[in-house]
Design a protein around this ligand. Structure first.
Ligand SMILES: Cc1cc2nc3c(=O)[nH]c(=O)nc-3n(C[C@H](O)[C@H](O)[C@H](O)COP(=O)(O)OP(=O)(O)OC[C@H]3O[C@@H](n4cnc5c(N)ncnc54)[C@H](O)[C@@H]3O)c2cc1C
Length: 341
C-alpha cells in the first residue's frame, strides 16, 4: 500500500500516566497487546464500530522500508525489527540452538515472513475444535479467510478456481514468483513419485500435493502484511483507534477476588527498560496477540502460570496455570541454525 503512517494517530505513552490511582488511568474499551499479524486485524475490525475505543500497543516501530520488499525478508533477521529469539539447546538436534526470527514492527511476523499464503489444512481446524476450541472448525473459519482476501488471478495459473478465493478482502494475494529453471524437474520428479499436482492448497479439498503457491504480495510487488492490508490511512485516522508503537507491555493487570477467577482490567507499559511505567485500563477486554512466544511470556510475567516456577522467580502468582508457556512445537522451512554454544 506504501502509505506513511499518520503521526497524529500515534500515542505518546506519557499520556497514559498515573500508575498508582486506578481511577485516573486512561481507558479504552479494548486493549490489543501486540500489533502483529493478528493484532493489526483485531484493532482494525474492532474499531469499525465508531462507538468502541481501541488501543493497539506494539513494542516495535510503525514501519520499516525493508518489510515492503517480499524477498528481502532474510535481511530482517537479527535486525532491530526482529526479536531474534533463540531456542534452548534441542536434544533432537544434537543440542543445537536454533535462531527463531519473530517480527517486532507493526504487522509483526507477517512483515518479515516468506509471504506464502497458506491457510493450513482443513483437518487442522477440525482438530482445534476436537481439542476444545468450539467454533473454530474449518467450515466456521473458512468464510473469514474468504472475507480477508483479494486474489488476483493470473493467466499462467488457469487451474485456480476463483470461486474458492476471496475477491474483496484487504489481504492481496496472487502468483508472483517466477519459476526457477529447476522447478519443472522438481514437479516432474514428484509426479513420477506419485505425488499429485494441485492447483490450489487453500480450498476445502485440502493441502495434499505439490503446488505453485500463492503469495501475500500486492499487484505492485509489495508485501501485503496485515499492517499494510488492514491499517490503511483511513483506519489510522479513526478517532476511536489509538496506536502506540515502540511501547512494550510489561504486565497484564488483574483484579482478583476470593470467589472468582482473576479478571484482566488493564496493562502496564513502558518505552524502555529504564523508562517510567504507565497504566491503562480496559473497560471490556485485554486481548493478547503477542504471538506464540510473546503472549505466554507476558502471561507468565503477569503471574499466570506454573505457581512453583513463578514463585522461584519472585513473580506474585495470580493464577496457577501449569500449561502456560509449555508444549510449544514448531516445524519450519526457514530454519537458520546457530552453532551450539
Ligand atoms: C522466517 C519466517 C517465515 C515465515 N513464513 C511464513 C509464510 O510464508 N507463510 C505463513 O503463512 N507463515 C509464515 N510464517 C509464520 C507466520 O508469519 C506467523 O505464524 C504469524 O505471522 C504469527 O502471527 P501472530 O499474530 O501470532 O504473531 P506476530 O505476527 O509475531 O505478532 C506479535 C506482535 O506482538 C508484538 N509483541 C510481542 N510481545 C509484546 C509486548 N510484550 N508488548 C508489545 N508488543 C509485543 C510483537 O512485536 C509482534 O509485532 C513465517 C515465520 C517466520 C519466522
Amino acid at each position: 500500500m506504501g502509505h506513511s503512517l499518520s503521526k497524529a494517530s500515534h500515542s505518546d505513552p506519557r499520556e497514559f500516566a498515573s500508575p498508582k490511582d486506578a481511577s485516573q488511568w486512561r481507558e479504552y474499551d479494548y486493549i490489543v497487546v501486540g500489533g502483529g499479524t493478528a493484532g493489526c486485524i483485531l484493532a482494525a475490525r474492532l474499531s469499525e464500530d465508531r462507538n468502541t475505543t481501541v488501543l493497539l500497543i506494539e513494542a516495535g516501530k510503525s514501519e520499516d522500508f525493508i518489510t515492503k520488499i517480499p524477498f528481502a525478508f532474510v535481511k530482517t533477521f537479527k535486525s532491530p525489527i526482529d526479536w531474534a529469539f533463540k531456542t534452548t539447546p534441542q536434544s533432537a538436534l544434537n543440542n543445537r540452538v536454533i535462531s527463531w526470527p519473530r517480527g517486532k514492527v507493526l504487522g509483526g511476523t507477517s512483515a518479515i515472513n516468506a509471504s506464502i499464503y497458506h491457510q493450513c489444512a482443513p483437518e487442522d481446524f477440525e482438530e482445534w475444535e476436537r481439542l476444545g476450541a468450539t467454533g473454530w472448525n474449518y467450515s466456521a473459519v473458512r468464510p473469514y479467510f474468504l472475507k480477508s482476501e483479494t486474489y488476483h488471478p493470473s493467466p499462467l495459473y488457469p487451474g485456480v478456481d476463483v470461486k474458492e478465493r476471496g475477491t474483496s478482502g484487504p489481504i492481496q494475494t496472487g502468483h508472483h514468483r517466477e519459476n526457477a529453471p529447476i522447478s519443472g524437474t522438481v514437479f516432474e520428479t514428484v509426479k513420477a513419485l506419485g505425488v499429485p499436482y494441485t492447483d490450489d492448497v487453500n480450498t476445502p479439498k485440502g493441502t495434499a500435493g505439490v503446488v505453485h503457491f500463492i503469495s501475500t504480495i500486492d499487484q505492485s510487488g509489495r508485501r501485503s502484511s496485515t499492517a499494510a492490508a488492514y491499517l490503511t490511512p483511513d483506519v489510522f485516522s479513526r478517532p476511536n483507534l489509538t496506536i502506540a508503537v515502540n511501547t512494550h507491555v510489561d504486565q497484564v493487570l488483574f483484579e482478583t477476588t476470593e470467589s472468582k477467577d482473576p479478571v484482566a482490567i488493564g496493562v502496564q507499559v513502558s518505552t524502555s527498560p529504564t523508562s517510567p511505567q504507565y497504566r491503562v485500563r480496559a473497560k471490556r477486554e485485554v486481548i493478547l496477540s503477542g504471538g506464540a512466544v510473546g503472549s505466554p511470556q507476558l502471561l507468565l510475567l503477569s503471574g499466570i502460570g506454573p505457581a512453583d516456577e513463578l514463585s522461584k522467580l519472585g513473580i506474585p502468582v495470580v493464577k496457577d496455570l501449569p500449561a502456560t508457556g509449555k508444549n510449544l512445537s514448531d516445524v519450519r522451512t526457514f530454519s537458520t541454525s546457530a552453532a551450539a554454544p
